[in-house]
Write a protein that binds this ligand. Sequence first.
Ligand SMILES: Nc1ncnc2c1ncn2[C@@H]1O[C@H](COP(=O)(O)OP(=O)(O)OP(=O)(O)O)[C@@H](O)[C@H]1O
Ligand SMILES: [Mg+2]
Length: 256
Amino acid sequence: MARKIVITSGKGGVGKTTLCANLGIALAQKSLRVALLDFDMGLNNLDVAMNIDRRVVFDFIDVVEGRCRVRQALIQDINEPTLYIMPSCHQAKRIVTVDMAKKVIARMEEGFDYILIDCPAGIDSGFRRAISCAEEAIVVVTPHLSSVRDADKVVACLVNAGFTQIYTVVNRLRGDLVMSGEMLTPTEIFSLIGQTALGIIPDDDSINCLTTAEGGRRPYRILADNLHLGTAKMYDCLSRYKGILGRMRRSIKRKV
Ligand SMILES: Nc1ncnc2c1ncn2[C@@H]1O[C@H](COP(=O)(O)OP(=O)(O)OP(=O)(O)O)[C@@H](O)[C@H]1O
Ligand SMILES: [Mg+2]
């Protein structure tokens, strides 16, 4: 049976879709069978993010309305044979009910180890629909007070909805700013949110939905290990900014 995990945040643009894509890739690289579901039904962009938009024939609505089977709407990733993406479309927002979505997911559960659900920002009906289909949640937060505050509201909603496993991922952490005391530390953020710390992703221009650079992939690989094996290793964003060399790197980064 698949682990069904919703990736949510509260605040928009903090990196949910990017995390969904890269975590999916990292899990698939362990030969796990992974499905990514685009539940951001108003502003769906997982297909573009995963570079499969030109291969979309059927989407979630076609499955829900019986025009195709689940298998026909799932698009296999070009690089990872065990990774599949279920695209959505913007009409889905008003058509798909929680019951419909749950039925589709129930048909997928046997065939996958992980079903990752990309959630819309906010805590309105789209968020409710997405969380109703999952049993675990990953809350993505950036090191800014507004993001932490919104994540806290999302955690309260998840707890009220009965979630017992909620993970936090700190995204876009800048080691240089943490070292100079200008950014919240990951420890502070994890303790403010008060849920299981799953991972830290640095702010890195090479990170996008199809991160291929080795340096960009490493933090997602650690995160996938923590999720799958229950380890608690954290990517170290700070060490390169410590010592004399680190001070030089910090001042160079400041000038860029
Ligand atoms: N760790 C990172 N380092 C640098 N850029 C990042 C990182 N994570 C995400 N981004 C960038 O931030 C932008 C927003 O990311 P993304 O679309 O994943 O956010 P989102 O939370 O899904 O947004 P929305 O709420 O609109 O769905 C993208 O341009 C993405 O490439
Ligand atoms: Mg998104």
